[in-house]
Ligand binder design. Structure first.
Ligand code: DX5
Ligand code: ZN
Length: 216
């Protein structure tokens, strides 16, 4: 089974973004997670295109961009131009799911769709065959450093069952409150990619922490 760690740059030191990105670049993490927040979809503002630039320059790894913004269809093309390999938008953030999916594909990136903790997996039933990834939020989006919501494990299992039933191959990613102490059960529930911010950048040895999560 595939196991991917996607460290969230939201928890990096923005004064040393190049250093922190290179540290991830030489780690066992295969992806780099980039959290974009607009202060409307979530009650926090993070960063946008200019901050993606130094990150893209400092690593060849897969850039996994998580858009927590309203009307994502307006901006997805620019995120792909800025170097995104995966662009994930929120189911709750747009009235034009198909338009958003098509805009990401046409721009040349892989498509992810995300649901908040209160949104059931069932809403995705007829969308799953159009995406490359589904991101289950295991905290309320907006901030790093929150605790994993235990009910997320059942959502991962139900999504994995839907994938099996429909004979699909999209990746299941999980984001929020992940650490070496719960990574094992989250992988076991059916996820392939785990986002981790504070657990990686708050560790004394971030690269060793990533290996611990992969081996959890
Ligand atoms: C929260 C973000 C997460 C966040 C995860 O809205 O989507 O990616 O950085 O942080 P931790 O791992 O600290 O929960
Ligand atoms: Zn995220």
């Amino acid at each position: 089974m595939t196991r991917i760690i996607s460290p969230s740059m939201l928890s990096a030191d923005f004064g040393n973004l190049e250093r922190d990105t290179k540290m991830i670049d030489s780690s066992a993490a295969e992806w780099v997670h980039i959290d974009v927040m607009d202060g409307v979809f979530v009650p926090n503002i993070s960063f946008g295109f200019p901050v993606m630039k130094p990150i893209r320059k400092a690593t060849q790894k897969v850039l996994d961009v998580h858009l927590m913004i309203v009307e994502p269809e307006k901006y997805v093309k620019r995120f792909v131009e800025a170097g995104a390999d995966y662009v994930t938008f929120h189911y709750e953030a747009t009235d034009d799911i198909d338009g958003c999916i098509n805009a990401i594909r046409e721009a040349g990136a892989k498509v992810g769709i995300s649901i908040k903790p209160g949104t059931p997996t069932s809403v995705l039933k007829d969308i799953l065959n159009k995406v490359d990834m589904v991101l289950i939020m295991s905290v309320e989006p907006g901030f790093g450093g929150q605790s994993f919501i235990d009910g997320s494990l059942d959502k991962i299992r139900s999504l994995a069952a839907m994938r099996e039933e429909q004979g699909l191959e999209f990746i299941i990613e999980v984001d929020g409150g992940i650490s070496a102490s719960n990574a094992g059960e989250v992988f076991a529930a059916g996820a392939e990619a785990l986002v981790a911010g504070s657990a990686v950048f708050g560790a004394a040895d971030p690269q060793a922490e990533i290996v611990k999560m992969l081996e959890a």
